[in-house]
Design a protein around this ligand. Structure first.
Ligand SMILES: [Zn+2]
Length: 84
């Protein structure tokens, strides 16, 4: 499998590290069901997902939208800054 890096172009998967689902942070700093779900509950769809990947050679965090059934990548962009 190959992934596109917005800075380096299409590269081999071995250059990337999977860092988990790219989900919006829950509102508020207090612990509650929303934070528990954010940290511990994950869907595992056979279809489109958006995940965080780290590209080691350029040191970039990426948000990649891909289809887990076909491995087709719909989008690869720099990950958002925390809090944005
Ligand atoms: Zn890169």
């Amino acid at each position: 499998m190959r992934l596109p890096c917005p800075h380096c172009g299409e590269r081999d998967l071995r250059e990337f590290t999977y860092k988990g689902a790219d989900l919006p942070l829950p509102e508020g700093p207090d612990w509650g069901p929303d934070w528990e779900a954010y940290l511990h509950l994950r869907r595992n769809p056979a279809g489109e997902t958006r995940d965080l990947w780290y590209h080691g050679p350029c040191g970039s965090w990426l948000s990649v939208t891909r289809n887990t059934a076909t491995h087709a990548v719909a989008e690869s962009r720099p990950a958002r800054e925390p809090g944005s």
